[in-house]
Design a protein around this ligand. Sequence first.
Ligand code: A2P
Length: 346
Amino acid sequence: MAESYRVAILGATGAVGTELLTLLEERSFPLASLKLLASARSVGHTLPFKGEALPVEAVDKKTFDEVDIVLASAGGYTSKEWVPQAVAAGAVVIDNSSAFRMDPTVPLVVPEVNPHAAASHRGIIANPNCTTILMAVAIYPLHQVQPIRRIVAATYQSASGAGAKAMEEVKVQAQAILNGQEPITNIFPYPLAFNLFPHNSKLNEQGYCEEEMKMVNESRKILGSPDLRVTATCVRVPVLRAHSEAINLEFDQPFSPVKAREILRQAPGVKVVEDWQANYFPMPIDASGQDDVLVGRIRQDISHPCGLELWLSGDQIRKGAALNAVQIAELLIEKNWVKPAVAMAN
Ligand code: A2P
C-alpha cells in the first residue's frame, strides 16, 4: 500500500501558498491530512481544496505535532520562528524563504539540478530564490556538458515575486493612473504600474542588492561551483506573474547555439520556445501557469568567442517557488528521505 503523509502549508493564504494548494490537488499528492496555516488575521477564512472548504488556522506550539512535511512560504521572519519548532516536532520542512538557504548544513535544492543534495538534510531543505531556480533549470544542462565560467544575468521580475498583495497593488495602481489619479504605494516603494525600478531589496557596500546576491551565492551552492563568477542586475517590471531573464554565459571553449538548443530540447523542466521567422520568443504571458521554464533566443555572443546568450521566462509562483517545493517533497518521498537523516541514522 502506498504511504501517505500529513502535510502543513505555512503561509497558505499567500501567492505561493495558494499555488501549493493547487499543485497538491493537481499532482494527487499522497496526503493523509492537510493543515492550512497563516497569520491570526486569516483565522475564520477557508480555502478550497478538492471540492471542500478547508479552514485556515493560526500557528501555535502544538501545530506541528502531527505533521510529516511542512511546505513553508510565509517569509523569512516567520520561518525563523516556526521552522526550528516544526523540525523539533519531527517534521521535514521545505522552506521557501531565504532564512536557511546559505546555511551550510541545509541543502538548497532544484530537483532537476542537484536532487542528491536533499539526501543529507537534517530536517530543513531550502527552496532557492525564484530567479535562481529559473536560471539553474535552464543553464545546468549546458554546464554539465561544458562547465560555465561566468554568468552575467539581467532579470525582469514580475509583481508576484513580492506576494499576492503586491500583485493587487499593481492592478489598483494601473486603474488609478488610467483614471487620472495618483497611484498609491504600500508594498512597493514606487509605483510599478507603467514603470519599472531596480529591485528594492537591501543594497550592500558593493552596490548589489540582496536579490542580486541571492543569484550569485545560491547559483554557486546549487551548481556546486563555489568559484563560479556570477553577476546580476535585478529589475522589477510591471508584469503580474512570471519572471524573465537575459543570461550571458561564458565557457572555456565556444558552445555552439545549435548544440545548446539540442541539449535544452531534451532537458527536464525546459521548453525551447523560438520562432525566428515570427520573432516569437518566451514571454511572461505564455510562461504563466506553466511548469516548464521557457527558453529561447539562444545565440552566439558576438562580443566573445566563448559566449552564449539566452532569454527565458518562467512562472515565478510555480517553478520559481511552489512547484519546486512540491517536487522536493515528491523527491523525498520517492527516495524515502522524509524522515531527517539524523533520525534515520538512529
Ligand atoms: P496572512 O494572509 O494571514 O497574512 P504573500 O507572500 O503572498 O504576501 O503571503 C504571505 C503568507 O505568509 C500569507 O499566507 C500570510 O498570512 C503568511 N504570514 C505572514 N505572517 C505570518 C505569521 N506571523 N504567521 C503565520 N503566517 C504568516
